[in-house]
Structures are given as structure tokens and as C-alpha cells.
Design a protein around this ligand. Structure first.
Ligand code: FAD
Length: 356
């Protein structure tokens, strides 16, 4: 069997992680929201924060190539997979500290529904804005999870940093350390985790006592808002927004203006529902997605002068982008584009104004 590790390395990995828990040649597509990606040579699932720390510490000590995987919602994994060790973070313990209005969670805990439901059931408010976003807590801090909330005004983007009190890290220097929110140097889609190889082991959120009815209303409104605008993950897998936002311009708007809605290469398609989202329509490969990303970038740059930068990370080994020419698929009748939604909203507002 092909392996990237020699016998001594494998034996050390097995000793540290348990021979039965270290799996070989594991397809990664099922562990991503895109449902795309080849196999990991080696794969380990950490079920506690201590196991996560041990796995990363061991991989570092042995000098082996490794990648830490959350829910795989912000990445594209190459068709040739990952030569090395993928550590999937399934450390999901959580504890409410009601007297302090705090929630402590391991970093593999799933934001929605798990920890948001835990917080809301305990009457604690602050996390309910992020319903419906696929993410572990670690991924949320890596990216500074954000959403336009609260409804109905949606006056601003809210960020997970606003409720983060502190986090336990395995630092780049392989030390365990508790850091406060300032350490993360958060920005839009940005944190220190992009620059330093720190691993979040657990986090403590400082929440506030909340009105259960109001929290439930926010959850319902935000889920409805998302389902109107985003392709459903179970039937139209994606990695969310593909390109970084361009302040005051909008990456999606540029893509729409260039007539790229419904553009398809292989099984990858710019969905009519949301110009900045590419979906895996029909067994798309990473090579299809890469070719479509290249095509969108080239077209938008040629037509508008703006350069679109991917927001997602490219992980593992990639085959060359698919060479076949792009073509267009028509909009399904039941799907509304952003322009059509805006037009319908305006008509509804006008109708209400006429009545009053
Ligand atoms: C349908 C859809 C809708 C989305 N909507 C939104 C949205 O509204 N707002 C938003 O902000 N994002 C959105 N996203 C993007 C995505 O959900 C977030 O970026 C999410 O935080 C990714 O978390 P993850 O656990 O899947 O991370 P992964 O994709 O698995 O990993 C992303 C990066 O984080 C690193 N990482 C993961 N865990 C840790 C850890 N414990 N310590 C250090 N590094 C770590 C990984 O190594 C990797 O580099 C959306 C995605 C999808 C598919």
C-alpha cells in the first residue's frame, strides 16, 4: 500500500493516537460541504481537545504534513487528495456556566444547531445570529464568523468576536495557552490564525441573558433569510461565498453583471440563486471548480477591471483545471435571482404603501 510515512513514523503515530483510530486512504469529500476532494493518506478523528492537542503535537514533532479539518465549509480539497495526515476535529464537549452567563465549548463543537441550541435552551443570547452557517467553533474563530443581523433591520454585520471571551490554544510553539479576544486580531474574514499556526482547543463565549421568544424569532428570521438566498446544502453542495467581498462593489454583483449566472464547467455551476456561490451540481470535481473560478476571475477582470480573490482555501493536491469550455444552464422557474428578489421586495413594499 502506498504511504507517505515510513514505518518508524507510522509506529509513532499509532502509539500516540491509537492504532485502531488511525485510518488509511480515507475519502475526504464526505467531510466537506462541497462534497468534493480525494482521499487523505492518513486520517484521524480527535474526539476531545486533549486528543486534538496530542495529534497536532505528534504530527509537528514527527515533521509530517498535516491539516486540521472542521466541517470543511470554507475549503476546496483537490481531487488527488492529501498526502499526509488529516486531523478532523470532532471534540464537541460543552458546558454552560449559568451563573456567569458563559458557554465553554471544545473547538470541534458544531455552531448550528449544537452550541446555538445549548445557549438558547440555557436562556443565553449572542450566538443565535449565526444559525444555519456550517462551522465548528475553531473554524468560526479562524474566519471570524459573521452575519447581517439582527432582523428585521439587519443594520450591520455581527461577528463572533463580539461574544468571545477567551480561548485555549496549542500555540505555534506547541505550548498550551489561554488568550483573550484581542489576541486574535480579528477583522472581516480574518484572524491571527491565518498568520500563525495556532490551534484553537476550546473557547469560552460571554453571553447575555436573553428573551427566549426574541431569540427564537431571530433564529426563524435568519434561517428564512438564508434559505431564500442560499442554495440548499443537502441538494446543492457548496462552500458558501467563493470570492472575498469587495467593499462597496460586491463580488456577486460583478459576477451577475458579467452575465455569469448559470455558467457551468463540468459539474460545477455558478448558481442562479447567488452569483458568488458555486455549487456542485453533478459530481463536480475540484478541477471543474478550479476551472470555473479561473473563468469567472478572467471574465470579471476583463469586463470590469476588478480582480476577484478566492475566499476559500485550497487544500491538498490538485489535478489541472478542467479544459472543457464553459456553457450556460437556464434558470429553474422556481429559483429567484438576487435582482428578482429585490424587485419582488420593492413591489411588496409599494403595495403596502398604497394600502396605508
Ligand atoms: C452554505 C454556506 C454558507 C456560509 N455562510 C457563511 C456566513 O454567513 N458567514 C460566514 O462567516 N461564513 C459563512 N460560510 C463559510 C463557513 O461556514 C465558515 O468559514 C466556517 O467558519 C468554516 O468552519 P469549518 O469548521 O467548516 O472550517 P474548515 O472549512 O474545516 O476549515 C477552515 C480553516 O479553519 C482552520 N481551522 C479549523 N478549525 C480550527 C481550529 N480549531 N484551530 C485553528 N484553525 C482551525 C482549518 O485548518 C482551515 O484552515 C458559509 C459556508 C457555507 C458552505
Amino acid at each position: 500500500m502506498p504511504t507517505t510515512f515510513d514505518d518508524a513514523t507510522l509506529s509513532a503515530l499509532r502509539d500516540a493516537m491509537g492504532a485502531d483510530r488511525l485510518r488509511q486512504d480515507v475519502p475526504l469529500a464526505p467531510f466537506t460541504t462541497f462534497k468534493i476532494g480525494g482521499p487523505a493518506d492518513w486520517f484521524y478523528e480527535a474526539r476531545t481537545a486533549d486528543q486534538l492537542a496530542t495529534a497536532v503535537r505528534t504530527a509537528r514533532a514527527l515533521g509530517i504534513r498535516h491539516f486540521l479539518l472542521g466541517t470543511g465549509a470554507n475549503i476546496l480539497i483537490g481531487d488527488l487528495g492529501f498526502r499526509g495526515l488529516v486531523i478532523r476535529n470532532a471534540a464537541r464537549h460543552r458546558t454552560v456556566r449559568p451563573e456567569r452567563h458563559q458557554l465553554w465549548v471544545e473547538s470541534g463543537a458544531i455552531m448550528w444547531p449544537d452550541i446555538i441550541e445549548t445557549a438558547v435552551a440555557a436562556g443565553l443570547s449572542g450566538l443565535e445570529h449565526y444559525v444555519g452557517i456550517p462551522s465548528t467553533v475553531g473554524g468560526a474563530l479562524w474566519q471570524n464568523l459573521h452575519f447581517l443581523s439582527p432582523p428585521p433591520e439587519r443594520a450591520r454585520t455581527m461577528y463572533i468576536e463580539e461574544v468571545l471571551l477567551e480561548a485555549d490554544l496549542l500555540t505555534e510553539d506547541t505550548e498550551r495557552r489561554t488568550v483573550d479576544v484581542d489576541y486574535f486580531n480579528f477583522g472581516y474574514d480574518q484572524s491571527i490564525l491565518h498568520e500563525r499556526d495556532d490551534v484553537v482547543l476550546s473557547a469560552t463565549f460571554q453571553l447575555e441573558p436573553g428573551d427566549p421568544e426574541r431569540m427564537r424569532a431571530i433564529i426563524a428570521a435568519n434561517l428564512a433569510w438564508r434559505s431564500e438566498r442560499h442554495p440548499p446544502l443537502d441538494t446543492e453542495p457548496s462552500a458558501g461565498s467563493i470570492f472575498q467581498k469587495i467593499e462597496g462593489v460586491g463580488a456577486g454583483r460583478l459576477i451577475d453583471e458579467c452575465g455569469l449566472l448559470g455558467c457551468r464547467i463540468g459539474g460545477a455551476e455558478v448558481t442562479h440563486r447567488h452569483a458568488n456561490i458555486i455549487i456542485n451540481r453533478e459530481n463536480a470535481t475540484a478541477a471543474d471548480v478550479r476551472a470555473l473560478i479561473d473563468h469567472v476571475q478572467t471574465t470579471v477582470e476583463r469586463e470590469t477591471g476588478y480582480h476577484l480573490t478566492p475566499e476559500i482555501s485550497f487544500i491538498g493536491d490538485f489535478a489541472p483545471p478542467t479544459a472543457s469550455a464553459p456553457y450556460f444552464v437556464p434558470k429553474p422557474p422556481d429559483v429567484l435571482t438576487a435582482k428578482e428578489r429585490a424587485q419582488r421586495g420593492k413591489e411588496q413594499r409599494d403595495a403596502i404603501e398604497r394600502k396605508t
